[in-house]
Design a protein around this ligand. Structure first.
Ligand code: GLY
Length: 375
């Protein structure tokens, strides 16, 4: 019997498993599909140090704490597994075109007030950094600290590190509910029988809501589809991550370019649509016209778990002694995975987490406003 069963082997569950096993716990991870192949695999791996003006304080706190962990976390994973997750500071450019020149003024001030380095740029200065951008840019700023990882490689590194630390992985095994005795969870019912443990964690992304409902834990993890297109171009026509509102272009050193992403509430539907893909391709060509000649490689979609207020749930499931929840990270699952791993491992081991988790409790007040991430 393991000390902990983690339900959901995406980047959140694996990061918690990595931390727990590193601190001596025996851990089993169970997933309904292959490990790490849902939203963790589908994203683009952007790690922005800043957010748009008005983003809620609890979201910013998690973002900054996680941002600080990424360089060391990536190094440790590489040292343990030999797998490079592709962490690098490529810098980012937030861009608007065809609008007023001060459209990004509030975002620039917001970042600077939080001590994040940003450089306001004139349209001419943007093209100095990236000469292949369209010539109708109206406002922009540069974010030198913006980083990226290659998320499929990061998941691979996490899986290898967890395996080396003795974590047991069970793929292709759906979870149907729990066995309990009062406030204590004793086991989890799976398609393969009951698995027992001392503690349980639900980190099943968009599927968390239905798993947790079976123990009366009322969280929202609405699936929000994100379609992504993969292009390639040699040589790469730009080096920064390019952002404009909710859409982005992420250049990889090997000439691949990720174009994302749609934000669609269409249930558990991961198909690509003509409208979604044409919108992304129009966006890419509008920002970097020479991408009209890029090679189309493929397209896919992932489902991000959105909570009622846009903040993740990090804490104990109300009414239970030993069931924990780490889910609802919406567009920020990869970015927030290091801090989530650290604080959840501390909480589950009875230690003081590195930050107060009250704002992320499952039974918090849920204002209808969006704490919102645009990544
Ligand atoms: N984090 C990227 C996206 O959700 O589109």
């Amino acid at each position: 019997m393991s000390d902990v069963i983690v339900i959901g082997g995406g980047v959140i569950g694996l990061s918690v498993a990595y931390e727990l096993s590193g601190r001596g716990a025996s851990v089993t991870v169970v997933d309904q599909g292959p490990l790490g192949r849902e939203a963790s695999w589908a994203g683009a791996g952007m790690l922005p140090p800043t957010a748009e003006a008005g983003t809620a304080e609890p979201a910013l706190r998690l973002q900054s704490a996680s941002q600080r962990l990424w360089p060391q976390f990536s190094e440790s994973l590489q040292a343990e597994t030999g797998i490079d997750n592709g962490y690098r500071r490529s810098g980012g450019l937030e861009i608007r075109y065809g609008g007023p020149p001060d459209a990004l003024h509030n975002d620039i001030e917001f970042a600077q007030q939080r001590g994040v380095e940003v450089e306001a740029l004139s349209p001419q200065a943007v093209r100095h950094y990236e000469p292949n951008l369209a010539d109708n840019i109206s406002s922009a700023y540069r974010i030198p600290e913006m980083a990226q990882i290659r998320n499929p490689r990061h998941v691979k590194a996490l899986l290898a590190a967890c395996t080396a630390r003795g974590v047991r992985m069970i793929a292709g095994t759906p979870v149907y509910g729990f066995e309990r005795s009062g406030e204590k969870i004793i086991g989890v019912n799976t398609s393969d029988g009951v698995l027992n443990a001392g503690q349980f964690l639900v980190s099943a992304g968009s599927w968390s809501q239905q798993i947790l409902q079976s123990v009366g834990c009322d969280v929202t993890t609405q699936p929000v589809r994100g379609q992504i297109v993969l292009l390639s171009a040699q040589p790469l026509p730009f080096g920064h991550i390019l952002l404009s509102g909710r859409k982005y272009l992420v250049p990889r050193p090997d000439g691949r370019i990720l174009v994302g992403a749609t934000v669609e509430s269409v249930g558990f539907n991961k198909t690509n649509t003509a409208e979604g893909l044409s919108g992304l391709l129009d966006f890419a060509k509008g920002l970097v016209p020479c991408l009209a000649e890029a090679t189309f490689e493929r397209a896919w979609a992932g489902l991000r778990p959105r909570s009622a207020d846009g903040l993740p749930y990090l804490g104990r499931a109300p009414g239970t002694e030993n069931l924990f929840v780490a889910t609802g990270h919406f567009r920020d699952g990869l970015q927030l995975s290091p801090i989530t791993g650290t604080v959840m491992a501390s909480l589950m081991l009875g230690e003081e987490p590195a930050m107060c988790l009250d704002d992320y409790a499952c039974d918090r007040q849920r204002p209808t406003m969006d704490a919102g991430s645009k990544l």
